[in-house]
Design a binder for this molecule. Sequence first.
Ligand code: NAD
Length: 261
Amino acid sequence: MALKGKVALVTGSTSGIGLGIARALAAQGADVMLNGFGDAGQIEALRAGMEKEFSVKVAYDGADLSTGAGVAGLVKAAQDKLGGVDVLVNNAGIQFTAAVQDFPDERWDAIIALNLSAVFHGMKAAIPGMKAKGWGRIINIASAHGLVASANKVAYVAAKHGVLGATKVAALELANSGVTVNAICPGWVLTPLVQKQIEDRAKANGTSVDAEKVKLLSEKQPMHKFTTPEHLGALTVFLCSDAAETMTGVAHSMDGGWVAQ
Ligand code: NAD
């Protein structure tokens, strides 16, 4: 229960990686603020279920993080409802694929707003409270696409490269404050975000979803295995530990060897 007495805010935690990370932090005793979209009844069941399973406080706020005001409001809600933000995991993200020349302006703006600007707004809102306490952990969920590119993902790749830049700047500024700032760069994780890409590819290529899963992995990863939300939760818990107190400004890959090539 290394995180007993701490509060963790995990953005985009009603699904996928964010949910895996929120559960891992709660399992270590942290009170958790959940955020993200979805069916109200299912989210309430998730929130209440986590409270019971881990004996911690779990709150939920459905703020839309595509505006700075939305992000600042979410940080304030965590402070008001749970007493602060000691661990901030900037995880919410979306994807869209098209060639640069065909990429809709509106999709570019939406991806930059959520995948990049929300990370800036979240750090900006949470840092003063962390500095005042002399302890904090900021973990930004970037991607292998923060380090290397793939065709047809201009906004996502640009945003994720930007997340790594913002992570390094904040890490330098906070180096002697007790607050560390790191990024995690997952390879393929089988979440709704990736499931949709696989289904789109199966439709476009006239193949099966299972065949496209294997193709997707083998195109990018030497290891033909998905990283899981539980793996990423465990890495996040490690980054929150005392053992990681001098790890800051780093992009931690967990990607089946993707960027080793
Ligand atoms: P997901 O689609 O399963 O979950 C995304 C979460 O963000 C959901 O809770 C959703 O409700 C929330 N969300 C979406 N728009 C929002 C908004 N405007 N405001 C607030 N919340 C919003 O996706 P995931 O695969 O779990 O991805 C999580 C993060 O991990 C993203 O930043 C993604 O880029 C990154 N990532 C994913 C993979 C992968 O293979 N799945 C790989 C590398 C990085």
